[in-house]
Unconditional design. Structure first.
Length: 350
């Protein structure tokens, strides 16, 4: 076993994990990956801070972290989320219908360069001036040049709405959502789960995408929900939970994620780890969900003997240095920005 993330004294086992934890009435027995989850979070956050503060590389002595690409501990700190918050959520009309339209248009492709192509070609992106033909022309020209429209971060299935190309069907999906009052229904939902159910009711938006879209919409000023309200574990998170707790956690993954968020201070302290959060903001449910995905990948190399669900045994993404400046500007309603203004210009495309 290759185990690189160790306690301060460099000896595995010096801070033994809890023998059992109780979640949703079940007694779970954590594996060695459970402590790796917390060590990974602390180490990955230190990498983020090192880059953000302009410290010279290396930001970690862990070869797995150094060689492979992992998302940040905090979803909102990732480059695509930063672009969404600064360029989409809080730039342009703040009428809720327009914020909803921009957010879903951005997230369907989840690629900053596609968003910037649209704004460069069409000017301000607005639902009240939307023209299917113009949007399709811009996107089709890029597609015909063999350029990628969609991010490869996760699979976005095409809805079957009568068009021959994926992006055209997605434009039709967005039209359908707007015409069926999705913005108003999401905003009027009494709970985060209810808002999630609204999104889940549209074609080709399954549980994973509905939750991701809701988190992105919730960055906007108008949305009232806390990121501690509701969570939907994705496939990668389920893999990570299996590696941390075995089969005994099957069926209670959401409760496991909530346990991790609520007990984070206890476990960071138990392992002697320094974790200051995101400008003091602790890990939220969405962040703990994402960390399970990342720890699943990390454990493929660090704990190859611990099996998940998918059976994958290697990490595909290789770390490549990105020279573009990092930003750290978050939804103002979180109270994290202080006097830092939003980024003035477009962020680097991805």
């Amino acid at each position: 076993m290759v185990m690189m993330l160790q306690g301060p004294e460099g000896v595995r086992g010096a801070h033994p994990g809890p023998g059992t934890v109780r979640v949703a009435g079940r007694v779970l027995r954590p594996t060695a990956v459970f402590d790796t989850y917390w060590r990974f979070a602390a180490a990955r956050q230190e990498v983020y801070l090192g880059r953000l503060e302009g410290r010279g590389a290396p930001w970690t002595q862990d070869p797995i972290l150094a060689q492979h690409r992992f998302t940040n501990c905090f979803r909102a700190a990732d480059r695509v989320s930063q672009a969404l918050i600064a360029e989409v959520s809080y730039r342009g009309s703040q009428a809720w219908e327009e914020v909803f339209f921009r957010t879903l248009l951005f997230k369907i492709f989840n690629k900053v360069s596609t968003w910037r192509l649209l704004t460069r070609s069409l000017g301000e992106v607005r639902w009240d001036a939307y023209d299917y033909g113009l949007y399709d022309k811009v996107l089709s020209e890029r597609f015909d040049r063999g350029e990628r429209l969609y991010s490869a971060a996760y699979i976005v299935p095409p809805p079957q709405l009568g068009e021959g190309r994926k992006h055209r069907n997605h434009l039709r999906l967005l039209e359908l959502m707007m015409s069926r009052s999705a913005p108003e229904r999401v905003l009027a939902a009494p709970t985060m789960r209810d808002a999630y159910e609204v999104l889940l009711g549209f074609p080709a938006i399954g549980p994973f995408l509905a939750y991701q879209y809701l988190i992105d919409l919730n960055y906007a000023e108008q949305m009232p929900f806390s990121e501690m309200d509701f969570v939907v574990p994705g496939p990668g998170a389920r893999d990570g939970i299996r590696k941390c707790f075995g089969r005994s956690a099957d069926g209670i993954e959401s409760e496991v994620i909530r346990y991790m968020a609520r007990s984070q201070d206890e476990h960071f302290a138990r392992l002697g780890l320094v974790f200051g959060g995101l400008k003091g903001r602790p890990l939220q449910l969405i962040d703990c969900q994402n960390l399970f995905c990342e720890v699943d990948k990390y454990a493929r190399v660090a704990h190859p003997e611990v099996q998940g669900i998918s059976g994958r045994s290697r990490i595909k993404q290789v770390y490549r240095s990105d020279a573009a400046p990092m930003t750290a500007w978050f939804p103002p309603k979180w109270g994290l920005n202080g006097t830092v203004p939003p980024p003035a210009g477009p962020l680097a495309p991805r």
